[in-house]
Design a protein around this ligand. Structure first.
Ligand SMILES: [Zn+2]
Length: 341
């Protein structure tokens, strides 16, 4: 018959094993695990609200009800001559979901500038050399192709504040996230946004994705200079002056007008490869479309979503679509990394 000390030794061994197992398990659990997060943004150009595009967006919402969108809304629908405010609000609301974030997009529409009390500029523009033609300025509106960076910081602050006021008057926002028309967020645009209390900008993009893609060569050259360091795997970083910085979320998969579903999927896989080198980091992939061309290009986003989700499932990747509103606290790791750089 075994001696009592044998029992004691066995019990101690079992206890030690259990403690060690528990400790190891807690260490595994505590190990930082990064994720892959997808952002789908919508640029509202402020040009028109056509039924075909709104219909395409509504049917997208029905088919993908659990995906929130980062909506960069535009106040210029309301400043057009003869704008029917109730109809505009209804049309915009008809394609929004409680899962969305209501951000802000600005193009230099003449009607918006007049409302903001800012003198309209006719140059530069990304469509052709010289000043823009005034032909459509009085009947409809004009200025979409003049980069907002053509305006001073003071003027930009007025444009931002007026846009925020118009949209909040109609029940949207207030916005904390921004994308510049034509991605033209030069440093003084970022400074104006910071002073107006914005937290996020998503104007940085990889100019190479726009090269020769039905897009103005002039704008491509400007972007190539402005966002020279941005690539398809660029990740959130701090932008602006130290005391007034924003979190820049690179639009690293641009918008569906210039990229196919397969190409967006390729951008996603490039980010997966980067994540696999250090799985403790959370990486973001940003794709999107324009409200004004939703009927034409939203199918590319559907295709990209299906490819990304199937691939993530097959490969058991910790992928998820972003939750809104974005929280700056979720970006502390990027903030720390930026300060360390
Ligand atoms: Zn735009």
């Amino acid at each position: 018959m075994p001696r009592p000390s044998f029992y004691l030794a066995s019990v101690t061994r079992i206890l030690l094993t259990l403690i060690c197992f528990g400790f190891c398990l807690s260490q595994v659990h505590a190990a930082p695990s990064g994720k892959l997060i997808g952002i789908i943004s919508v640029d509202w150009e402020g040009r028109v609200l056509e039924q075909d595009d709104l219909k395409a967006m509504r049917s997208f919402r029905q088919d993908y009800p659990s995906i929130g969108l980062l909506q960069f809304l535009n106040a210029a629908y309301y400043t057009k001559p003869n704008a029917n405010a109730d109809h505009i609000t209804q049309s915009i609301r008809s394609v929004l979901s409680p899962l969305d974030e209501e951000g802000l997009h600005i193009h230099s529409w003449r009607s918006l500038l007049e409302t903001a009390g800012v003198p309209f500029r006719r140059s530069p523009n990304w469509s052709y050399p010289g000043e823009i033609s005034m032909n459509s300025c009085y009947l409809l509106d004009c200025g979409h192709n003049v980069p907002i960076s053509a305006y001073t910081e003071t003027e930009l602050r007025r444009m931002i504040r007026t846009s925020q006021m118009i949209l909040s008057h109609h029940g949207f926002g207030p916005a904390q996230s921004f994308r510049a028309g034509g991605w033209m967020a030069k440093p003084h645009v970022i400074s104006a946004l910071a002073k107006e209390g914005f937290q996020f900008d998503s104007s940085a993009t990889d100019p190479n994705l726009l090269k020769g893609r039905r897009w103005s060569d002039r704008l491509y050259r400007w972007l190539d200079e402005l966002w020279a360091d941005i690539s398809t795997t660029s990740q959130p970083f701090l932008i602006g002056q130290r005391h007034a910085s924003l979190i820049e979320l690179p639009d690293n998969g641009i918008l569906a007008d210039y990229i196919t579903a397969e190409e967006m999927f390729a951008v996603f896989k490039e980010n997966v490869a980067l994540w696999e080198k250090d799985k403790s980091k959370t990486l973001y992939v940003s794709i999107g479309f324009h409200q004004e061309t939703a009927a034409q290009y939203l199918h590319e986003i559907r295709g990209a979503i299906d490819l990304i989700e199937a691939y993530s499932q097959e490969n058991q990747l910790p992928f998820e679509w972003a939750s809104y509103p974005l929280k700056s606290s979720s970006f502390e790791a990027f903030r720390a990394r930026n300060h360390a750089d």
